[in-house]
Every structure is written in structure tokens, then in C-alpha cells.
Ligand binder design. Structure first.
Ligand SMILES: [Zn+2]
Length: 194
């Protein structure tokens, strides 16, 4: 049945953005609009990527493996559009290490390529520190809200996402400590806990 109404739906909230993955043929070159990456464990379930909703997760119960994915809102100057860039876990770790001295990712230029011209080839990241003034950049909607829209999560999921973010922060923090022989620079800790 059509859902009739006399006016269009309320568009005052954030609009959904498409999620894009690194193409095989050509790199993505864009400006990051998010202050920080945000991610969570996901499943490839029902033909698409969905967030893991453990402990009460249909995909987990069916034995589907989880994979962590990071997300960033980016703006492509070539296409004049915003999108959500999906970053696989290994590339996300690379991004975190490249960005450790930056106070924010917002305004940084990112170039994302595949190591080979195959669908599952490793994703490689290049990062350039911001050269544009923050105030001249388009505003970016909150990633948790955008992903909740795409994944059709109830708003209570936003609270859960905050907890998941803490877990990711700890995980990345541990990773940096491991890579630096257990001697993190104070600036690293400050950055990853931001
Ligand atoms: Zn799950």
C-alpha cells in the first residue's frame, strides 16, 4: 500500500549519504570532513554489510564471521559530492598511524587505492595534512547518526555505538603501543583518546 501524506517527509535531519568502497580501477582522492574515523565490527550478511549487534546478533548466531570496518565522511572535489568512505581494518590501522600527529582528520586529503587491480586487493592509504581552513569546509553530519540511518538502526543504537567507539579507541591505542615497543608518545595517547 502507498503511504500517502499531504507533504513530503521531514528533511530537516541529516540526509543519508552513499557508502563507497575503494574501486579497482582508479583511486579515490577526497577531503576528509569527519573529525575522526568511526567504526564497528560488521558482518557480510543477507547480501550486504551490516553491523554486528552482539550479544543478540542473528548473524553471529548463524556463525557468520565479523570484520571491523572504519568509516569517514569525505568530500570529492572532482564529483562535488559527499559520501561515506568504508575502510577495511588493516587500512584503518594504517590511517591511524599516518594520522597520529594530526589533531583532527577534518580537512586532511586522503588518497585510497588498491595494491592490485583485483576486488579484494589490499587497500592503501595516503594522507596529507589539512591545507584548507576548517571554516571553509562543508559541514559533516555525525557518522553514528548517518550509519544508523543507512543500517536502519533504532536511535537507542546510538548509545551502543558510543560504547563501541570506546572499545575501538582502546584497540587502536593498544595497537600503537605495540608498534612502539610499549612506549607511546604522550601525543599519540591524547590523539587516540580524543
Ligand atoms: Zn554479530
Amino acid at each position: 500500500m502507498p503511504q500517502w501524506s499531504s507533504s513530503p517527509p521531514d528533511r530537516s535531519g541529516p540526509r543519508p549519504l552513499p557508502i563507497i568502497r575503494t574501486p579497482i580501477a582508479k583511486p579515490i582522492v577526497a577531503t576528509i570532513l569527519s573529525d575522526a574515523m568511526m567504526g564497528c565490527p560488521t558482518h557480510f550478511w543477507g547480501g550486504r554489510t551490516t553491523p554486528c549487534e552482539a550479544p543478540d546478533c542473528e548473524a553471529c548466531n548463524a556463525g557468520s564471521p565479523t570484520r571491523w570496518h572504519g568509516y569517514l565522511v569525505i568530500f570529492s572535489e572532482q564529483q562535488r559530492t559527499s559520501a561515506i568512505l568504508e575502510i577495511p581494518d588493516a587500512a584503518a590501522e594504517q590511517l591511524t598511524l599516518l594520522a597520529y600527529s594530526l589533531p583532527t582528520l577534518r580537512g586532511a586529503k586522503i588518497k585510497v587505492t588498491r595494491s592490485k587491480a583485483t576486488r579484494n586487493a589490499r587497500v592503501l592509504i595516503e594522507l596529507q595534512a589539512p591545507t584548507i581552513e576548517q571554516k571553509n569546509l562543508p559541514r559533516a553530519a555525525d557518522l553514528q547518526t548517518l550509519l544508523a540511518l543507512i543500517w536502519k538502526l533504532p536511535t537507542t543504537a546510538l548509545v551502543a555505538a558510543t560504547d563501541a567507539q570506546k572499545a575501538i579507541t582502546l584497540r587502536i591505542d593498544e595497537e600503537i603501543m605495540r608498534k612502539r615497543n610499549g612506549k607511546p608518545l604522550p601525543s599519540d595517547v591524547e590523539h587516540v583518546q580524543r
